[in-house]
Design a protein around this ligand. Structure first.
Ligand code: TRP
Length: 380
């Protein structure tokens, strides 16, 4: 088995999430916490029910503050190294759900600087272009202008920089290097970058001139950044950010790692057309048997099947319908070909609507960008 590596710049191996909980020091989301969430908003998102969002930091404390009437803000983001995939959308759809249910505003950071600095094959023009493409995908989920601030790092540098340097002054090179897996030949820009990813945690507090709690939904690979942010927050007199963490959506090819935006064979993009989606899913790895006869006799293995996991994580929110797919697969009556086509249809129905909204977002894009309507200099 490939050794498990999880940090913002590398995800490898078959992931043992319990081990990550121990290593990273996050807390598991247990039934008590799920009940608390349900009590506050009246329902549970299926990604919580099904354990896709599986760990957190201080979410229980955030809910206490919220139930006493204190509002928080949400913050999430995307590193534009390729087109947006349905893996990205998954956690963003969840973020939108949180925004609606708790009735709070959202910051969305797109890190064209990070992907330029980290990836030897991408230039800044490309990552900046991809950043705008990613913004369209996020806005397409239905955020109102007044509830969303989109930050494209290189374009919002005048707002971010004064905050970033105050964070950077509290971060040592050795702590960044250790938690990101960098070494002495890593460039100095990528070492500074953690400061940039920390900035949105503090923006609402700076704006309101008082401490406002922030909840960050993210894939667990980003935890290394936010562990550092939490340390810095206290030193700068801010609240530590609260977090909720998700697992990875597998790619089309194997059960290992996560859907990789820079590999078209691994990812379904939000801009893929119907035919492409069908072809990609046809080639996806399943838990099926070698022959139809065997599959009818022994049944499929949904637990080892990427196609099934897409139903589970995204395209079949109805628990009963999901159960039917599961038992038909295990019972040998649902064969992979049929199951794949059924999934491709669901993906295409979703993407068709998404692509319409994405197109509409183009004309209003700039209304969503973070504006310099507050003072970031005088925050000492
Ligand atoms: N570094 C993240 C990535 O590569 C992008 C990011 C920036 C982000 N801020 C975030 C992700 C906040 C989650 C939450 O994808």
């Amino acid at each position: 088995m490939v050794k498990q590596i999880v940090n913002p710049y590398e995800v490898k191996g078959s992931i043992d999430y319990d081990k990550l909980v121990d290593e990273f020091g996050v807390s598991k989301i247990n039934n008590k916490l799920l009940n608390e969430i349900e009590k506050n908003v009246g329902e549970l998102h299926f990604l919580l029910r099904r354990g896709y969002f599986f760990s957190h930091r201080d979410l229980d404390k955030l809910l206490k503050r919220y139930s006493k009437g204190e509002k928080f803000v949400l913050y999430t983001g995307r590193g534009p190294s390729g087109s947006t995939t349905i893996g990205h959308l998954l956690s963003w759809v969840f973020t939108k759900w949180l925004a609606d249910k708790f009735d709070v505003k959202t910051y969305f950071q797109i890190t064209d600087d990070e992907k330029f600095l980290f990836n030897p094959n991408l230039n800044l023009t490309e990552t900046n272009k991809l950043a705008y493409e990613a913004a369209l995908d996020f806005i397409a989920l239905g955020f109102k202008e007044e509830n969303l601030d989109v930050i494209v790092n290189t374009n919002a540098a005048d707002i971010l920089y004064p905050v970033a340097i105050r964070i950077a002054k509290k971060l040592t090179l050795s702590s960044v290097k250790a938690s990101m897996g960098f070494n002495d030949s890593s460039n100095i820009g990528i070492n500074f970058y953690t400061a940039m990813q920390s900035v949105p945690v503090f923006l609402e507090s700076i704006r309101q001139k008082k401490n406002v709690p922030v909840l960050i939904p993210y894939g667990i690979d980003q935890d290394n950044h936010f562990r550092l942010t939490r340390d810095v927050a206290e030193k700068l007199g801010f609240l530590k950010p609260f977090t909720i963490n998700c697992k990875f959506m597998p790619g089309l090819k194997s059960n290992d790692g996560k859907m990789n935006a820079s590999d078209p064979n691994s990812a379904i993009y939000t801009t893929d057309d119907e035919k492409t989606v069908i072809n990609k899913i046809k080639k996806a790895q399943t838990g099926g048997r070698e022959t139809i006869t065997e599959q009818k006799k022994l049944g499929g293995r949904p637990k080892e099947c990427n196609v099934y996991s897409y139903y589970d994580l995204f395209f079949e929110p109805d628990d009963n319908k999901l159960k039917t797919i599961y038992s038909n697969c295990v019972g040998g009556s649902l064969l992979c070909g049929e199951c794949k086509l059924m999934l491709a249809n669901k993906v295409n129905v979703f993407l068709k609507k998404h692509q319409i909204e994405r197109h509409k977002a183009k004309s209003k894009l700039k209304n969503y960008f973070l504006k310099k309507d507050f003072d970031t200099i005088r925050i000492d």
